[in-house]
Design a protein around this ligand. Sequence first.
Ligand code: C2E
Ligand code: CA
Ligand code: CA
Length: 246
Amino acid sequence: AIEDHQLVLHYQPKLTFQETGQAIESVEALVRWQHPQWGLVMPDRFIPIAEQSGLILPLTDLVARLAVEQLAQWDAEGIHLTAAVNLAPQLLNRLELPDRFSALADEYDIDRHRLMLEITESAAMADTGRTMDILARCRLKGMGVSIDDFGTGYSSLVALCRMPFNELKIDKSLVIELHKSEEAKLIVRSIVELAHNLGLSVCAEGTETPEAVNFVRACGCKSTQGYYVSKPLPADALKAFILARN
Ligand code: C2E
Ligand code: CA
Ligand code: CA
């Protein structure tokens, strides 16, 4: 699939709350396999296989390249966005990756801070020393880092406190429960407070209704990503979506 150019990216917009209003300033790049017979295959079906077969590194290199290329393309069309790319747990020991990604951004004349890397909470906490090394290198190179799927793993607060993340993304499993669970509300509020105390901005993932968007906004989240705003879209549809919104 990698060699045959069958991997494509969809981009899910992230809505950033502003004092008055809101704006789309960033997207998350999510990979799909456009298979000639099977149609569009979702990442949950093939990322685990790529992780086990040693192909996750070339896959991630390709995803980062396609995302940066797309940012440059949108720039040329007058749309200026930031893109986030997911880093699999197996890649946290690849200390050369921050160099590779920053060189890629330079190659396409994209400010490095417009490339964010997402690392899941459970991956980040599995070996905190290793995570610190790669995070520090990303930050030194000028890229941003998010702790993804937060609230599902078990963070050491001491470790979290020391890690130089820029952003925390609250896992969708919590956000999806908001309408029916007081416990979920309590947990989301507490995570936002914790994140703010650590100097992190917060994105709530999985907002599917206007009520959920309003709740996370009222809690102090800086941004949200979910089906209510938009599902992940192909690049041209994302562009149309942004132009229509503005
Ligand atoms: P993720 O990083 O947590 O990405 C968000 C997933 O949540 C996406 O699924 C997105 O479509 C879905 N989602 C967003 N908003 C909502 C919502 O409101 N409700 C619900 N129910 N779901 C929502 P997708 O695209 O199927 O990706 C699944 C996972 O595959 C991603 O989870 C990520 O862990 C992994 N993945 C995708 N692309 C890559 C990649 O390039 N590299 C690696 N290592 N993993 C990737
Ligand atoms: Ca992610
Ligand atoms: Ca996530």
